[in-house]
Design a binder for this molecule. Structure first.
Ligand SMILES: O=C(O)CCC(=O)C(=O)O
Ligand SMILES: [Fe+2]
Length: 247
C-alpha cells in the first residue's frame, strides 16, 4: 500500500486510500457537529422538536441566524473528534511513512457544501498559507461524493510544474486565492468519485478546487494538513513568517 501511495503521489500528485476512515469515526464527527447545531438551535426552538437530521438542522440554523451558524462553524474545528481524526494513529503512521521526519498538524476542519455553493474554492495549490513546502493535505469525504453532488476537482500530474502564480478572485463577495486562469487552459479536470470514508492525500503543488454541489444533500468533508519540518522556512530564515505568503 505504501509503495502505491508513494508512486501515486509522485506521478499523479495525489493518492486515494479506500475505506480509510471508519464508520464510527464518521459518525462521531457528524454527531459532534450535530450537538453544536442543537445547542444553537435550542436558543430559538424551545417547544417543538428539532429537525431529524443534521442537514435540516444546518439549513434551519442558517435560516434563523446566519451569524450564529457562522460562529458555530468557527468553533467546529476545535471539536475533539476533529483533533482526534487529524492525529489518529493510522493517519500518523501513513504520514510518517511518506515524510520519514517530524511533522506538524495544522488546520483540521470540516467543510459544509450545500447547493447554495457559497464556499467553493477556485482551482488553487495548497502551498500558499501553509507552513511547510513539504506538505500533505488529507481530504476525506464524510458523505459519498461525485461530480453531481460536489467533490474535489483536480488536475492529475499538475504538481510537476511546481509553484504557480496565483491571484485573488472575488466570488460571491468573498476573496479567494486561486491559480491564474492561463494555467487551466486545455487542462483536463478530474472530479473524484468517492465513498464516505475514503481519503485523498495530495501534493502541495497539485492544482485542485471545489466542485459544485447540485444535489439537495450537504457534502460533508474533513480536511487536515501535515507539514514536514525540513520544508519549514520559519526555522531557517529569520525574517520569514510562519506561513507561506499568499501572493
Ligand atoms: O473540498 C473542497 O471543496 C476543496 C477543499 C480544499 O481545497 C481546501 O480546503 O484547501
Ligand atoms: Fe485546497
Amino acid at each position: 500500500m505504501t509503495i502505491k501511495t508513494i508512486n501515486d503521489l509522485k506521478n499523479n500528485g495525489f493518492t486515494v486510500l479506500k475505506s480509510f476512515i471508519s464508520k464510527k469515526t464518521i459518525f462521531d464527527l457528524i454527531y459532534g457537529y450535530e450537538q453544536n447545531l442543537d445547542y444553537c438551535l435550542n436558543k430559538f426552538i424551545k417547544s417543538k422538536p428539532l429537525p431529524n437530521n443534521i442537514d435540516k438542522k444546518y439549513k434551519l440554523l442558517n435560516k434563523l441566524d446566519k451569524n450564529l451558524k457562522s460562529r458555530s462553524y468557527d468553533l467546529s474545528k476545535f471539536h475533539p473528534t476533529l483533533l482526534r481524526l487529524a492525529t489518529d494513529k493510522k493517519v500518523e503512521k501513513i504520514i510518517n511513512s511518506i515524510f520519514k521526519e517530524t511533522f506538524f498538524v495544522d488546520y483540521p476542519q470540516i467543510r459544509i457544501d450545500d447547493n447554495k455553493n457559497s464556499f467553493l474554492l477556485p482551482m488553487h495549490q495548497e502551498i500558499y498559507g501553509q507552513m511547510s513546502k513539504n506538505l500533505l493535505t488529507m481530504w476525506c469525504p464524510l458523505t459519498n461524493v461525485s461530480k453531481f453532488n460536489g467533490t474535489l476537482n483536480l488536475i492529475p500530474g499538475s504538481h510537476k510544474n511546481g509553484k504557480l502564480k496565483h491571484q485573488f478572485y472575488n466570488i460571491k463577495g468573498k476573496k479567494y486565492h486561486g491559480i491564474q486562469k492561463e494555467f487551466l487552459e486545455n487542462k483536463k479536470i478530474v472530479s473524484l468519485k468517492l465513498k464516505a470514508g475514503d481519503a485523498v492525500l495530495f501534493d502541495p503543488y497539485l492544482i485542485h478546487g471545489s466542485g459544485k454541489n447540485n444535489s439537495n444533500k450537504i457534502r460533508w468533508t474533513f480536511v487536515s494538513r501535515y507539514n514536514a519540518i525540513s520544508g519549514i522556512d520559519y526555522l531557517n530564515r529569520k525574517k520569514t513568517k510562519i506561513r507561506i505568503k499568499q501572493n
